[in-house]
Design a protein around this ligand. Structure first.
Ligand SMILES: NC(=O)c1ccc[n+]([C@@H]2O[C@H](COP(=O)([O-])OP(=O)(O)OC[C@H]3O[C@@H](n4cnc5c(N)ncnc54)[C@H](O)[C@@H]3O)[C@@H](O)[C@H]2O)c1
Length: 311
């Protein structure tokens, strides 16, 4: 299958590439390497690469004209500076519009859009059902939601996935790499008083296999998650124990103004429509992530939240 992946040099994109290339899929990546790493993609047979931004409509159109993708995985996203609304706007809104228009013009069979659970904002329920109202409040959440809504408006065949916190190779965002890096360096940590739904990469990839092969009628928005929230303190304790440390007392701080206290997504509808269910439990998910860091280390850690002092 010919699959175009925007943001293919990022965490989820590069895991999809490693997963799909051995199956013989033909892949094409557009990435500007803002958070993705070019070296991950160099010299791979079956993969073509265009370095550039999806905010450039002409460039996106040219890539689609050259490659003619059957399926598009839209993974490119801007989030690393929460105050850079212009860049979030350019990538997450305009970029998504450009991808939707090109997919329509060149008759791609479907777009699979990777959406953040922050589209739900401070949700009124746990776990959050598929049809919960959207109420994003950060630059990342607002622009990703607007991008998704324009894609839906465009009438392009769209599967938009509201995804839990995926863990796996090259994860460089959130509490797991932060705790691992700080505890290894002998630095103190604090835990925000929040809870999240952690999904193992293998579960994400098994869903994506179903998504690219799904029949025409399987479009719309779906939660890809375990449905269970675990506190950041639980994560901290698992990381400490993995490193042979006694977790002891850790400072708990209230959720930051731009953060969401509890976020878990109800996967029931996804389970019914796709026959998919997350298979890896929380402890095993975190353990796999930490074993990966043991072998490969932690790179630079990004966040879509404003910086908070840890002292
Ligand atoms: N990782 C998760 O747990 C998770 C959860 C929910 C949703 N998502 C969504 O999945 C997608 C991928 O997330 P990720 O964790 O792999 O992030 P990532 O930062 O690792 O990957 C994003 C990629 O997009 C590229 N990019 C940014 N702006 C671009 C632009 N203007 N043009 C082209 N490429 C651009 C980056 O260089 C990077 O390679 C994002 O859309 C994100 O919102 C991720």
């Amino acid at each position: 299958m010919k699959i175009l992946i925007t943001g293919g040099a990022g965490c989820l994109g590069s895991n999809l590439i490693e997963h799909w290339l051995p199956d013989g899929h033909e892949l094409f990546v557009i990435d500007n390497f803002v958070t993705g790493k070019p070296d991950l993609l160099s010299g791979l047979r079956g993969l073509s690469l265009c370095e550039g931004t999806i905010a450039d409509a002409k460039l996106v159109k040219q890539c689609f004209a050259d490659f003619r993708p059957e399926v598009v995985v839209h993974a490119a996203a801007s989030y690393k500076d929460p105050d850079d609304w212009e860049e979030d706007n350019a990538t997450n809104i305009l970029g998504s519009i450009n991808v939707a228009r090109a997919a329509l013009e060149f008759k791609s069979r479907r777009i699979i859009n990777l959406q953040t659970a922050l589209c739900f904002g401070r949700a009124q329920e746990t776990p959050v059902s598929n049809d919960h109202p959207l109420a994003p409040f950060s630059s990342y959440g607002i622009t990703k939601t607007a991008g998704e809504q324009f894609m839906l408006l465009s009438q392009v065949p769209l599967l938009s996935l509201r995804i839990a916190n995926v863990t796996g190779p090259r994860l460089s965002i959130g509490p797991i790499p932060t705790f691992y890096k700080r505890l290894k360096a002998g630095q103190r940590c604090f835990c925000s008083d929040t809870a999240r739904d952690f999904l193992d990469m293998s579960d994400f990839l098994s869903f994506m296999d179903l998504a690219i092969a799904a029949s025409e009628n399987k479009t719309g928005v779906f939660n890809i998650a375990t449905g269970k929230a675990h506190t950041i303190k639980e994560v901290y304790e698992l990381v400490a124990r993995h490193l042979g440390l006694e977790p002891g007392e850790v400072r708990i701080v209230p959720a930051a103004a731009d953060d969401v206290p509890v976020l878990a997504l109800d996967p029931e509808q996804t389970e019914q429509v796709f026959g998919w269910k997350a298979a890896i439990d929380f402890e095993e998910t975190i353990s796999r992530q930490l074993s990966w860091y043991d072998e490969h280390g932690v790179s630079e850690v990004y966040s879509h939240l404003k910086k908070v002092e840890s002292a």
